[in-house]
Write a protein of this length. Structure first.
Length: 279
């Protein structure tokens, strides 16, 4: 069966985040945050969670090699604060060691007397929100393909790479479907690359969460992202079901018109499935 490989220091897996940073990502969600700001916040929390899961008594174990590609008409490339910008994937311990900065954020804790008290907590920032220019989606997917094909050739017994792609609109550099098809064909001995897509919307239109048929979707762009997405493997289906999503064996890793809450769910399901394989 596919997607059964243990993830360990000697056999890590790869996680690549692709983030649309075009100008429309500055639009606001229902919670008042910009789409870019909400995605950045959740991505930073997700990186912190992955680091925590890899932290043992002796230090951080490199179970994951992680990259973040941001794309707009000014730049397509790594967004991490690591000097070698030509290398997309980095061991999780290297990412831990190179945040852009550490912020103080305030969290409310129970004071034991029925009330709450706010305390400052340290919050590392690895990824900054950005929103400018157009949407070269095809170019970003091609960069992901080059990176992950090379990685898979070097890690042929590993759990396959995972891509979490976040966008709010159609690309303007050509049809990305052919590139997406090539991405999903990348494989290790444990199965094909998993490609999950999240469409972020500032509108209060109907949401579509892990649909199972193209005919359910409202427009050609949604249908294209559906076709670009991977079917959910059994262990990811279980996680989605536990979170209350109505999924089936034909469900794909795709959310459309996602709001702030669904952005959190998308990142959580997409990465927690990997954490279950840690050894």
């Amino acid at each position: 069966m596919a997607y059964q490989a243990e993830i360990s220091r000697n056999n890590p897996t790869a996680i690549l985040f692709l983030v649309d940073q075009s100008g429309s990502m500055m639009d606001s969600l229902s919670n008042g945050k910009s789409k870019a700001g909400q995605v950045a916040d959740v991505l930073n929390r997700t990186l912190a969670t992955l680091i925590t899961r890899c932290t043992k008594a002796e230090g951080t174990r490199d179970y994951f090699e992680v990259g973040v590609i941001g794309y707009n008409s000014r730049n397509v490339g790594s967004c991490l604060n690591i000097q070698d910008k030509d290398t997309i994937l980095h061991p999780i311990s290297e990412i831990e060691a190179h945040p852009l900065r550490i912020e103080d954020r305030y969290r409310k804790f129970d004071d034991g007397c029925g009330g709450g008290i706010e305390q400052a907590v340290k919050f590392p920032i690895w990824f900054e929100p950005q929103a400018v220019g157009g949407t070269p989606m095809k170019q970003a997917l091609a960069m992901a393909g080059t990176t992950l094909l090379e990685w898979s050739d070097e890690h042929f017994d590993a759990y396959p790479p995972t891509i979490l792609h976040i966008t709010d609109g159609e690309g303007n550099d050509g049809n990305p479907e052919e590139v997406a098809d090539a991405l999903r064909a990348i494989r290790t001995n444990d199965g094909n690359l998993l490609f999950f897509n999240l469409h972020v919307s500032s509108k209060s239109n109907a949401h579509f969460e892990f649909p199972s048929a193209e005919s359910e979707l409202p427009d050609p762009f949604a249908k294209m992202l559906f076709r670009m997405s991977s079917f959910l493997p059994d262990h990811v289906l279980s996680l989605a079901s536990e979170k209350g999503f109505n999924v089936s064996s034909s469900s794909k890793g795709f959310m459309y018109n996602a709001d702030a809450v669904q952005i959190v769910d998308f990142f959580d399901i997409g990465t927690r499935a990997l954490q279950q394989q840690l050894r």
